[in-house]
Design a protein around this ligand. Structure first.
Ligand code: TTP
Length: 398
């Protein structure tokens, strides 16, 4: 059975992380999400097709033994699936998976047990934000209702399907939606009761907004087994679980509270404080007198002196000037809000720091307020108080 990963989205809601990588390449414990998902799929199939945006071709060249198909026409998940039509045989059944999902193997296994068309459904605490699934007493699909104001249930479309070749004839019948996309769910609704709803209760997350990446890393960190392949100097205290990869060096005076992940060849300390759910990528340097908490720091970034980074995402190749501080809690302790596209949305987190794009440089004594996004390649001049989002490549001068 073939598996099709839909990966040609824009990833706008995930900016600035997607300024420098396609959404499926976000790191989970320093390892691209798409590689993790391909490893799961390989247990069931050798035949993996990935629908990509042509401007991301270079990134996908690192993947072995997959067929890359460009989405050249139309926009939306159905337009993406249509791009693979000529690769699918008349009698084939095949899996379709949105490439920005983090899930466990049982999601795929459950779906394969069903014959014919099937959709995976999972429970969500925020069904309003998703396609809500209505099914009959025999678990046949009645309807998927997109983002309903009053959700009829908390069962949502998990973005993982099994289809027969018929799906393409249903796609040819649907029209562009009000948001200008050809939606796969519209085609699935046309199939209707011939789609089995398969409920899945394992871990599932759609990595759509930046803070989802912190949560997904937390989940996988909890499941990882303690290991230390790095080198630890004297007078380092490690409490709880720490995964320390090859070549990493933890210098004297550093205090680590697990669970934490420290990637290959990273250097921590001397005298650094690394708090729970910190995920540090390969070649990262965290120098003296820095405190890092529940944050994802991507490869090659440098936080050399006197910084506090809490509940934040720092993308690759960032350099923080001494005394760069992220604030992660509002005075009124309300949920931190973030601008996503042109809308201010609540992150649902009381604690959220900064989302800093790749190659950003900050000068000394920079303060970044909660929920602020800094675009890739921006420069933040010394002494700045960054109280608004900063554009890609912008020079922020106080
Ligand atoms: P979405 O997350 O709905 O869209 P997106 O990836 O464009 O992100 P954003 O809304 O933040 O800009 O897409 C769901 C999945 O479908 C995702 O894995 C990407 C894929 N997709 C395509 O392959 N082609 C498309 O044209 C669209 C819209 C999505």
């Amino acid at each position: 059975m073939k598996a099709v990963l839909l990966a040609a989205g824009k990833g706008e809601r995930l900016e600035p992380i997607t300024h420098t990588r396609p959404k499926p390449f976000v790191p989970i414990l320093d390892y691209p999400l798409i590689l993790r998902n391909i490893e799961i799929l390989r247990r069931y199939t050798r035949d993996i097709l990935i629908v990509i945006d042509s401007k991301h071709k270079e990134y996908y060249k690192v993947l072995d033994n997959v067929t890359l198909v460009e989405q050249l026409e139309g926009h939306g998940t159905a337009a993406a699936l249509k791009a693979v039509e000529k690769h699918i045989g008349k009698d084939d059944e095949f899996l379709v998976i949105y490439a920005d999902l983090a899930f466990e193997e049982s999601a795929i296994k459950n779906l394969l047990n069903v014959k014919g068309n099937a959709i995976l459904a999972t429970e969500s605490q925020n069904p309003k934000n998703y396609g809500v699934i209505i099914r009959d007493s025999e678990s046949n699909l009645v309807k998927i209702v997109e983002k309903p104001e009053n959700p009829p249930s908390n069962l949502i479309n998990a973005g993982i399907y099994k289809f027969t070749n018929d799906i393409f004839s249903y796609i040819s019948k649907i029209k562009v939606s009000s948001r200008g996309e050809l939606e796969l769910t519209d085609a699935v609704n046309l199939i209707g009761s011939k789609v089995k709803v398969v409920q899945y209760n394992g871990f599932w997350m759609d990595i759509g907004r930046p803070w989802d990446l912190i949560e997904a890393n937390k989940f996988f960190l909890d499941r990882e087994i303690d290991r230390n392949l790095g080198s630890i100097e004297e007078n380092v205290k490690i409490k709880g679980k720490a995964i320390i990869e090859e070549g990493a060096v933890i210098k004297s005076g550093t205090y680590i509270e697990g669970p934490v992940y420290i990637g290959k060849n990273a250097t921590i300390g001397p005298n650094a404080y690394i708090r729970p759910y910190t995920v540090i990528g390969s070649n990262v340097k965290i120098g003296a007198f820095n405190e890092i908490k529940e944050s994802v720091i991507m490869e090659n970034s440098k936080i050399p002196h006197l910084s506090y980074v809490g509940d934040s995402i720092i993308c690759e190749d960032v350099n923080f000037g001494a005394g760069t501080i992220t604030a992660n809690l509002r005075f009124d302790e309300k949920e931190v809000k973030v601008r996503i596209r042109n809308e201010i949305v609540s992150s649902g987190r009381k604690k959220l720091g900064a989302i800093v794009g790749a190659h950003v440089r900050t000068g000394i004594n920079v303060s970044i307020l909660p929920g602020v996004k800094i675009g890739a390649y921006a420069w933040i001049y010394p002494g700045s108080i960054v109280d608004r989002d900063v554009e890609k490549g912008e020079k922020f001068i106080p």
